[in-house]
Write a protein that binds this ligand. Structure first.
Ligand SMILES: CC(C)(COP(=O)(O)OP(=O)(O)OC[C@H]1O[C@@H](n2cnc3c(N)ncnc32)[C@H](O)[C@@H]1OP(=O)(O)O)[C@@H](O)C(=O)NCCC(=O)NCCS
Length: 154
């Protein structure tokens, strides 16, 4: 049985997180993107470690009284172990401490696993953003579903 823990993003995690993102649905996080998060005072992050090795991450922004989830990704071999649930829960708790009242996010319309995950966490679809994403592989435009829920999470 491995030992699993969570902590905020550190500079040394970044290459591993780029790797984790690169095998997720639609890779978009570069070294520079992660480095920028370290500088932003409104950025919240959690890295999931399994036996001290990063296996997942979550990044959110606190904007006014909203927590915007930018990305959560877990390595395929560590999925369905509750890791993303723990990441979302910690991001939620930390943002509530700094006054956030609502969680919002966009998810690709065709990303059924992420939709199921967020619905299971209590988020509801409240709208669509047409052509919000451009697939890095097919270059096609993909609609986003806008999801939200009140904080704290149910
Ligand atoms: C979505 C993702 C982050 C979920 O991570 P995870 O650590 O496997 O999620 P959890 O184990 O915490 O799942 C909690 C619950 O969500 C639901 N769920 C998660 N993945 C699911 C899937 N593939 N199919 C159906 N339900 C799913 C289930 O109800 C699950 O509970 P259960 O395992 O007891 O049935 C992961 O699949 C992933 O990294 N996907 C690629 C990146 C991505 O698309 N990120 C979202 C865009 S921001």
């Amino acid at each position: 049985m491995g030992v699993f823990s969570l902590r905020p993003l550190l500079r040394e995690d970044i290459p591993a997180l780029v790797e984790i993102d690169s095998i997720s649905n639609d890779p978009c996080w570069t070294l520079e993107n992660f480095k920028r998060e370290l500088e932003l005072s409104h950025s919240l992050s959690r890295v999931a470690l399994w036996e001290s090795v990063p296996v997942g991450f979550g990044i959110a922004w606190k904007v006014a009284e909203e927590t915007q989830i930018l990305e959560i990704a877990v390595l395929p071999q560590h999925r369905r172990k509750g890791i993303a649930t723990q990441i979302l829960s910690e991001l939620s708790k930390e943002s509530v401490k700094s006054g956030c009242k609502k969680m919002v996010l966009e998810v690709q319309k065709d990303n059924s696993m992420a939709l199921k995950f967020y619905e299971q966490q209590g988020l509801k679809i409240v709208g669509t953003r047409k052509n919000f994403y451009t697939s890095s592989q097919s270059k096609q435009n993909i609609d986003a579903l806008l999801m939200e829920c009140d904080l704290p999470l149910p």
